[in-house]
Ligand binder design. Structure first.
Ligand SMILES: [Zn+2]
Length: 531
């Protein structure tokens, strides 16, 4: 049986840009559009041309791709003709393949927020769709508050949707704008709408306010909707939009959907989806969600020893899909709870062939347990674990030695009479016969130390230029002998790899120094730097 086409509409650059703390530059937007196009989505909603200068520029500079670049804006204003509406004119003028209009479909909102009549709102929808089509654009209508509107006045909500459909809009998108609708309600209402408008003209736009945006999306698909709107990593206002990074793998890997639908995303693209998700976090300078379904670092991590030995025999015992399909990795956590099986499997993954009865295995297990009692947490620090294992098995070169470092925090009054706090670090490093001294100023003492450490590593400098810190986390632990500080540092490099290192000490600078050192040494090992 031929599979039905299900269309993906990404709105990371429009609705996702509403996320608290997210501020895309033009370069960000162009980079994200490139990633989305490679992933294989059908539509990229890029913003509000005419209403926002960066968006206007995006449409002017957009590069040709497979996906339809979509402009977003309001239907013509009530009481004006389409020809006499500046906002609509800017939308029509943008270099877009499609235009997605947003209109109210809840009669209460039409009266109270728009202060116009139900009939004028319908006329505005028809006129706007007609204007877009006359300009040669594909037209879509986002029916704002559709589900709440439908519950209050089904006939009117439906009339709004039908006005756009009958005027020739390619898609009528049902929006759960407040994000409070439940999956069973979505399924029922979308089913009723699809009796009036064919499902292959109906889309779903779900928000995550009850953490069911993904479930609501699938409910709509089951009821007949054939366009899915969502964002990468579920970005979006308040609790976010439906997360395409979770939706796409489910559509590709779960038989009920995979057998029925073609979504235009290749297996190769699917295998890059974890990368895409992390690349977006990098761009936003935020830490990746370790527990994100499919793509999170913990999505395929197993801790208990008994599970680990089963996984080694047959991964399907504890994994719902194979991690490689989505570009993720199986991870067997090494921790004080873990037995030899986890340790062996983890060593195997990082490339150490070691016999189950090798005495060194017992020593490594003891070392891990001892250090975890001090506050180390190797399950959260894969790179530090790998270095610990390599050191115990005698395979980490001594690339360089930090002979001493000095970190200085000074608060003083500057020339303008303001109180400022300045952090400086000086590091003395020995690389072979060379002695290198570097100094740096930073935002804080750890930042200064990091900058000074990475400033000049002599012959190794070339190996670490792509290294950057992406996250820094501190926790104060009560480790029996008093409070200690645990620092976790996440790093990334030019290849898109991520790793985490750890440091523990009573002193936060010392703990940070350990984690920074591990990150640099790990990068050197990984890059094959010569001893
Ligand atoms: Zn929205």
């Amino acid at each position: 049986m031929p599979r039905e086409r299900l269309h993906l509409f990404d709105t990371t650059l429009r609705d996702g840009a509403q996320t608290n703390g997210v501020d895309f530059t033009l370069a960000d937007k162009l980079a994200i559009a490139g990633m989305l196009d490679e992933l294989g989505v059908d539509y990229i909603e890029a913003g509000y041309p005419g209403a926002n200068p960066i968006d206007t520029q995006f449409f002017a500079e957009r590069r040709p791709g497979r996906a339809k670049i979509t402009a977003f804006g309001m239907t013509r204003r009530p009481g004006r003709s389409a020809a006499n509406d500046l906002g609509l004119a800017a939308l029509l003028a943008a270099e877009a393949d499609a235009i997605c209009f947003v209109a109210k479909s809840w009669d209460y909102h039409v009266r109270v927020a728009l202060e116009t009549t139900a009939e004028e709102n319908l006329a505005s929808i028809r006129d706007s769709v007609r204007a877009a089509k006359a300009k040669g654009r594909e037209a879509l209508l986002d029916c704002e508050h559709f589900f709440d509107g439908y519950k209050a006045n089904a006939a009117y909500a439906l009339a709004c949707a039908k006005a756009a459909y009958e005027e020739g809009a390619r898609w009528v998108v049902l929006c759960d704008t407040n994000g409070g609708t439940q999956p069973h309600e979505v399924e029922k209402i979308v089913g009723e709408v699809c009796r009036h408008i064919p499902g292959d003209r109906v889309g779903i736009h779900a928000h995550n306010d009850t953490e069911q945006a993904v479930a609501n999306t699938f409910a709509a698909v089951r009821a007949g909707a054939r366009q899915i709107q969502g964002t990468l990593n579920g970005l979006g206002e308040r609790c976010g939009n439906a997360n395409l990074v979770s939706i796409i793998p489910t559509l590709k890997l779960k038989a009920d959907y995979a057998e029925k639908f073609d979504i235009g995303v290749s297996d190769q693209a699917l295998a890059r989806i974890a990368r895409v998700s992390h690349a977006l976090d990098d761009l936003l300078n935020r830490a990746a969600d370790r527990h994100a379904p499919y793509v999170g670092e913990s999505a395929f991590a197993t801790k208990a020893g008994i599970h680990a030995s089963a996984i080694m025999k047959d991964p399907a015992t504890y994994e719902h899909v194979a991690p490689e399909r989505v570009g993720n990795k199986r991870k067997l956590l090494v921790s004080d709870q873990s037995g030899r099986s986890n340790l062996l499997a983890e060593l195997d993954r990082i490339g150490f062939a070691i016999d189950r009865d090798d005495q060194r295995l017992g020593r490594l297990l003891e070392e891990v347990k001892e250090r975890e009692a001090m506050g180390y947490a190797y399950e959260a620090a894969d790179a530090s674990f790998e270095l610990l294992a390599r050191r115990l098995l005698g395979r980490v070169p001594r690339y360089f030695e930090v002979e001493k470092f000095d970190v200085n925090v000074e608060q003083r009054v500057n020339a303008k009479g303001e109180r400022v706090t300045v952090s400086q670090a000086v590091v003395k490093v020995r690389v072979g016969d060379e002695c290198l001294i570097s100094a740096a100023e930073g935002i804080g003492p750890v930042n200064a130390l990091d900058l000074a450490l990475r400033k000049d590593l002599g012959k190794y400098q070339g190996f670490i230029t792509g290294l950057k810190l992406t996250d820094y986390r501190v926790r104060i632990l009560d480790a029996g002998t008093g409070a200690v500080t645990r620092v976790l540092i996440e790093s990334a490099d030019e290849t898109g790899d991520h790793w985490t290192t750890i440091g523990v000490s009573a002193n936060i600078i010392d703990a940070s120094f350990q984690a920074l050192m591990d990150s640099i040494v790990y990068k050197l090992v990984k890059s094959g730097a010569p001893a």
